[in-house]
Design a protein around this ligand. Sequence first.
Ligand SMILES: Nc1ncnc2c1ncn2[C@@H]1O[C@H](COP(=O)(O)OP(=O)(O)OP(=O)(O)O)[C@@H](O)[C@H]1O
Ligand SMILES: [Mg+2]
Length: 230
Amino acid sequence: MNHAWTPTGLFVTATDTGTGKTTLASQLAAALHARGSCVRVRKPVESGCAHDEDGNLLPADALALQRAAGERESLEAVAPYRLSAALSPARAAALEGISLTLDKLERACLVGGRQGDFLLVEGAGGFYSPLASDGLNADLASRLRLPLLILAPDRLGVIGHVLLTLEAAARRGLDVAGVVLNRLPDPERPAQLDNATELSALTPDTPLYSVADTDGMAPLAAALAEHLIR
Ligand SMILES: Nc1ncnc2c1ncn2[C@@H]1O[C@H](COP(=O)(O)OP(=O)(O)OP(=O)(O)O)[C@@H](O)[C@H]1O
Ligand SMILES: [Mg+2]
């Protein structure tokens, strides 16, 4: 596909679903917007949307991103494909009779963009989760050639998931802007767990960030925004 716009931005992905992508991406959109950047947020496909009283599908992630980015663009632009089933977008689209291809998602991410804009895309699920009938989140990130911001839950077992995700990114030649170890509430967390120390020894060249709780998202977003638009 030929586009006039070669975007600068980030593809926000994860090792798994429910790891803090929207929470951090929203804070990052707000931080970039506050610094005068024209942020184009995209949740190109969102499944698991609830219905409002008029029967419209409400994409919660996209609404949060749109608000954080200053509501510059319509919800249609931010979240063009909204699906009801709380399944992978590929599966939900197949069930709901909607044709969802990488071509369509790529176009939806790029439409309206101009040189100098910052494109902030939130994927769905994890890096290798199915996204369209013909590809994974990783395939859309590859088409957009955006650096990855990888969210990972800071829990036992995550090191293997992060290393697999980094290997998959390297195989596709994608840059990794950072891995964010996000500490989600976990009553079973072993007291001596220290994923950050272990991971930084295993991948010394990957920027690694730790977030202790939701209050830690805004300072990280501010630091990332500072670095990204410097
Ligand atoms: N550090 C944290 N501490 C406590 N709760 C958190 C933290 N980070 C995120 N959450 C909460 O965890 C839930 C999942 O976060 P979020 O929606 O950002 O994940 P996601 O990766 O975007 O999920 P999805 O795969 O559904 O898009 C939300 O309710 C969010 O408020
Ligand atoms: Mg989300």
